[in-house]
Design a protein around this ligand. Structure first.
Ligand code: NI
Length: 246
């Protein structure tokens, strides 16, 4: 069930038997020579829609712009600074809480979001601790799809030391599975990208000339994406059910 194609009476009915919602969260940022700018949003959104085909769950609109200032040296990247993103997340959760949602499960596709999302969770809980609003029955969870057990196992099997950490063959494969008409072909030089620390946008572009970090996304295929998709959907269903029991 998708929030954006539901009516408010349908949401009201849903809330009579579930207070859970899954929020795909990603980024709009460069993903190397063959990776789509929307990769980090497309991946969790595709998985969330897959989960919704198997179990009764409501999927929120994807938060597709994230903490990606370090990719601003590449055209097409759109970024929120951490403080802006935290404000967005607080308002999203407070909106959902007002309607009766008590379990908000963020399915994330971008490593750069992790610290900011966790800080936003603490900001929200702090509002309750400081008696600004009672939120003691609110449960928040962050799940990074690329770190689920089966995805880690399959990506290691398929791509080994060419997985890297940005513009990975796993995430590019998943976008190719989601959008097979948009599969891109590009040569990679060097074959495996360099690794290093992430600082500001100019420094990033100087270190990582084509945008990749440690990866070889030329290995990406639709078939690999389908395998990762099916395994991750299964992992997320298990994880979501456990979260709902808390
Ligand atoms: Ni990514």
């Amino acid at each position: 069930m998708r929030l954006q194609t539901s009516t408010w009476p349908e949401i009201e009915t849903y809330l009579e038997h579930s207070d859970g919602i899954i929020v795909p969260i990603g980024s709009t940022e460069q993903h190397g020579p063959n990776g789509m700018l929307g990769t980090d949003a497309i991946c969790p959104e595709t998985i969330a829609f897959g989960v919704a085909e198997s179990i009764e769950i409501l999927v929120a609109p994807t938060l597709s712009i994230g903490q990606a200032h370090h990719h601003l040296g590449f055209p097409g990247t759109i970024a929120l600074r951490p403080s802006t993103m935290m404000a967005v997340l607080v308002d999203m959760v407070r909106s959902l809480y007002r309607h009766g949602f008590r379990h908000v499960y963020f399915l994330n596709g971008h490593g750069g979001n992790v610290a900011t999302v966790n800080s936003a969770f603490q900001e929200i809980y702090a509002q309750s601790s400081f008696d600004e609003i009672g939120l003691s029955d609110l449960r928040l969870k962050l799940c990074n799809w690329y770190m689920t057990e089966s995805v880690g196992r399959i990506s290691k099997e398929l791509f080994g030391d060419q997985e890297g950490s940005h513009a990975t063959p796993s995430e590019v494969s998943l976008t190719f599975y989601a959008y097979p008409d948009e599969v891109k072909d590009a040569s990679m030089s060097p074959t495996i990208a360099p690794i290093g620390a992430i600082r500001d946008a100019d420094d990033y572009r100087a270190q990582f000339a084509d945008g990749r970090i440690g990866s070889n996304p030329a290995l990406a295929t639709v078939a690999a994406g389908e395998r990762l998709f099916r395994a991750c959907v299964s992992d997320v269903i298990t994880d979501y059910r456990e979260f709902m029991s808390t």
